[in-house]
Design a protein around this ligand. Structure first.
Ligand code: HEM
Ligand code: HEM
Length: 179
């Protein structure tokens, strides 16, 4: 019998989110250094809009995952990896909620309301408050560095499994049939 893989919906959530996160990290690191300009305002707006797409995708994903738990790990996975893999995934899922939420809170505290894709006005989560804005800015910054480290470890773990151990872990998440 073929080894179990993630459901197609889980794969779609994973790869859409991964694409968005790589883009958001790249844009985030670039945009803060831009001089004040129309381009900077537009890039910030797109960063916020796509970041909020990640929040929606992650909430839907968590609900979906509740009903469809991940497939069982292969027998070759050691006992400590069996504990570490889900813990690492939970850290990623936590960061996927915390990153956009801290961004939304930060925008609210700055007094900059977000209109999603320019059409859907979103409520401010907190009233305007410059001190809170600075604190949330630091939170967003620190979380982004945590996310970079955890994603790097995640990709390294997948590479370790598939390149060194060839135990088919990547195939569990690969969206296009056999690899
Ligand atoms: C998964 C989602 C997100 C990721 C991965 C992400 C990542 C980042 C990164 C890497 C930076 C640059 C930090 C720095 O080096 O100073 C940044 C800055 C920023 N992000 Fe996000 N972000 C996300 C979601 C959001 C959302 C939803 C909002 C607002 C609604 C937002 C608002 C901002 C703002 C305003 C800045 C600039 C802060 C400054 O000027 O110092 N982000 N983000
Ligand atoms: C090149 C980049 C990436 C590769 C090759 C990759 C690969 C994988 C693989 C193979 C799995 C399944 C592991 C298993 O069998 O249990 C997985 C799960 C997961 N990945 Fe990634 N990933 C990448 C990027 C990302 C990014 C950027 C994020 C989010 C920030 C992410 C979040 C997750 C999460 C949360 C799971 C657990 C899924 C669940 O249990 O529902 N991945 N990834």
């Amino acid at each position: 019998m073929a080894a179990p893989t993630y459901h197609g919906a889980a794969k779609a959530f994973h790869w859409l989110t991964a694409l968005a996160v790589f883009g958001l990290l790249g844009i985030g690191l670039w945009m803060t250094g831009l001089p004040i300009s129309l381009l900077k305002l537009q890039v910030y707006a797109w960063h916020k809009w796509i970041g909020l797409v990640v929040l929606v995708l992650t909430v839907l994903r968590l609900l979906w995952r509740w009903w469809h738990p991940p497939p069982p790990l292969p027998a070759t996975i050691t006992r400590w990896e069996r504990a570490l893999a889900p813990a690492g995934h939970w850290v990623l899922l936590f960061l996927l909620v915390a990153m956009p939420t801290s961004g939304w809170l930060m925008s609210s505290a700055a007094g900059v309301a977000v209109a999603w894709f320019g059409v859907l006005p979103l409520p401010d989560l907190v009233p305007r408050n410059p001190d809170l804005f600075e604190a949330l800015r630091s939170v967003h910054f620190v979380l982004s560095r945590c996310l970079i480290v955890v994603v790097a470890l995640h990709v390294a773990a997948v590479l370790h499994h598939d390149v060194l151990r060839r135990d088919g872990i990547f195939r569990r998440m690969w969206p296009f049939g056999g690899v």
